[in-house]
Design a protein around this ligand. Structure first.
Ligand code: NAD
Length: 490
């Protein structure tokens, strides 16, 4: 199920919607500190957003609880109709969303539709349809005295909280807030303070689609509001996407109330190239897979494991691939890789590269900055480092990969799994052998020869330090449901 959206590149569209929290069905003037949002391609401030104050956060959570208790959102047909209408409106206003996303995230306009809008839209339509599924399980009778019957109902947590990372704003508001809403919960969602603009436009979508007051709320803030939201005793589930370090804090904050969490965290995914893989045909899709969105994608394959005998050939085909992935102005339709999100992030990434070089690593391809304005970094492939080096152990979240040779497939599988992370693995090679290899990967998702289109009916989950719980599919929806066993004597 894929939804098509056509987006015309139009850098002239202004950000003309309210840049305030959206609470109880309307935008309310944020009482918190103003927050500047920067265009990472220029380094210039493009908008100032008013943040939510602690009191306004209280209002949002208590309003959500009140809306849930009113029973207005209990009707599955209403939920289906409203979420479908939200999807229709998102599709109608895709150009405005694209304008915001290109400007705040720096995603190239050529990729904005599939990466930032098409996937989230498909998920929203999927969620709308899953609202009406009757999940009740009838266990039947138990004849042991006293004879009884049982059923299991799945009921929504009253208030679901969501907190998103900066790289895919629409995907996060939908995979958290709209999933909670599909389950029947009221939602309070906080976007990344680095990229709140498209999410705030989503408030208009919710309002115009007829989401009942209080069922969908957007709060704006950083660590303070995020901590207050995730530790709020009225929140029944916290769904978080972000870094391992902040995820750990969110788990502790929610844990104070014994509130359950979904954590979608970082990765350092291996791309295991098997002997016999078609190097020439895999190079461009593989490099594109992490270079798109300037490497700021959680499942990015950034540890390339290459048969020693093929290593030089792999670098040769990779050189051609790098040359056909232009880095530059996100509004240029030929650009395929834009900037990093901030100066601080680029400094951090350059620090990793410099330390890798000091430790004996070499930049094999790319490297450096394409221009001085904005937070750009050229695509960079590093060699001469091993799987225990700093750059192999840490997520850079940048257009930077390392290539390491291996001597046997067993060694390569061990290297792929020798990581604190377990978000994704990518295997390239003959299907039979790739399937056997996939079965041995310690990761929540394995892509063979690039996989296919986004499957919103699958599951997104991280093993090891990459996460807790699920998103997408029925497993994701079930995160906002709690089981209730009802038993009666007959
Ligand atoms: P981050 O962890 O710095 O921030 C994420 C969010 O947490 C932001 O909204 C931030 O304001 C908020 N926050 C900060 N401190 C908080 C606190 N104490 N309590 C509650 N919230 C708090 O992450 P980022 O830099 O925005 O995003 C990059 C990270 O996200 C990478 O590690 C990437 O791998 C990860 N990510 C994971 C997935 C996935 O599905 N697994 C998807 C995308 C991104």
């Amino acid at each position: 199920m894929t939804t098509k959206v056509t987006i015309l590149p139009d850098p002239t569209i202004n950000i003309a919607w309210r840049l305030d929290p959206f609470v109880n069905g309307e935008y309310v003037r944020g009482d918190g500190e103003p927050l500047d949002v920067e265009n990472p391609a220029t380094g210039k401030v493009i908008a100032t957003v008013r943040q939510t104050s602690p009191q306004q956060l209280e209002n949002a959570v208590s309003g959500a609880r009140k809306a849930f208790d009113s029973g207005v959102w209990r009707d599955p047909e209403l939920r289906r109709n409203v979420l479908t209408r939200m999807a229709d409106l998102l599709e109608e206003r895709a150009v405005e969303f694209a304008a915001a996303l290109v400007q705040e995230v720096g995603t190239p306009v050529a990729l904005c539709q599939p990466l930032q809008i098409g996937g989230p839209l498909t998920l929203l339509r999927y969620l709308a349809e899953r609202t009406v599924i009757d999940r009740t399980r009838h266990l039947g009778g138990d004849q042991r005295p006293p004879a009884s019957q049982s059923l299991i109902r799945y009921e929504p947590v009253p208030v679901g909280a969501g907190i998103g990372a900066y790289n895919y704003p629409l995907m996060f508001v939908i995979s958290k807030a709209c999933t909670a809403m599909a389950a029947g919960s009221a939602a309070v969602y906080m976007p990344s303070p680095q990229t709140p603009l498209a999410t705030l436009l989503f408030g208009e979508i919710a309002r115009d689609a007829g989401v009942p007051e209080g069922i969908f709320n957007i709060v704006i803030g950083g660590a303070d509001i995020g901590a207050a939201l995730s530790s709020h005793p009225a929140v029944g589930k916290v769904s978080f996407t972000g870094s391992v370090n902040v995820g750990r804090k969110v788990m502790l904050q929610a844990g104070l109330n014994l509130t359950d969490v979904v954590l979608e965290l970082g990765g350092k995914s291996a791309a295991l190239i098997l002997p016999g893989a078609d190097l020439e045909n895999l190079a461009l899709p593989l490099h594109s897979r992490y270079l798109r969105n300037a490497g700021q994608g959680c499942q990015s394959p950034t540890r390339h494991l290459v048969p020693r005998a093929d290593f030089d050939d792999y670098i040769d085909v990779s050189r051609d691939a790098y040359a056909s992935i232009p880095v530059g102005d996100p509004w240029d339709p030929s650009t395929l890789a834009g900037p990093l999100i901030s100066q601080a992030h680029r400094d951090r990434v350059e620090g990793y590269i410099a330390r890798a070089e000091q430790a004996g690593g070499r930049v094999l391809l790319g490297g450096g900055r394409p221009r001085e304005q904005g937070w750009f970094l050229n695509s960079t492939l590093i060699g001469g480092v091993d799987n225990h080096s700093e750059i192999a152990r840490n997520e850079l979240f940048a257009p930077v990969a390392i290539a390491m040779p291996y001597d046997s497939v067993e060694e390569a599988i061990a290297m792929a799994n020798d990581s604190d992370f377990g978000l994704a693995a990518h295997v390239y090679g003959p299907q039979d052998q790739a399937m056997k290899t996939a079965e041995q990967m310690e990761a929540g998702t394995v892509y063979i020869n690039g996989g296919g289109q986004l499957r919103v009916d699958s599951v997104l989950t991280g093993w090891k330090a990459s996460g807790v719980g699920h998103e997408w599919g029925d497993d994701g929806l079930a995160e906002f449901l709690q089981a209730k066993h009802i038993q009666w004597t007959i």
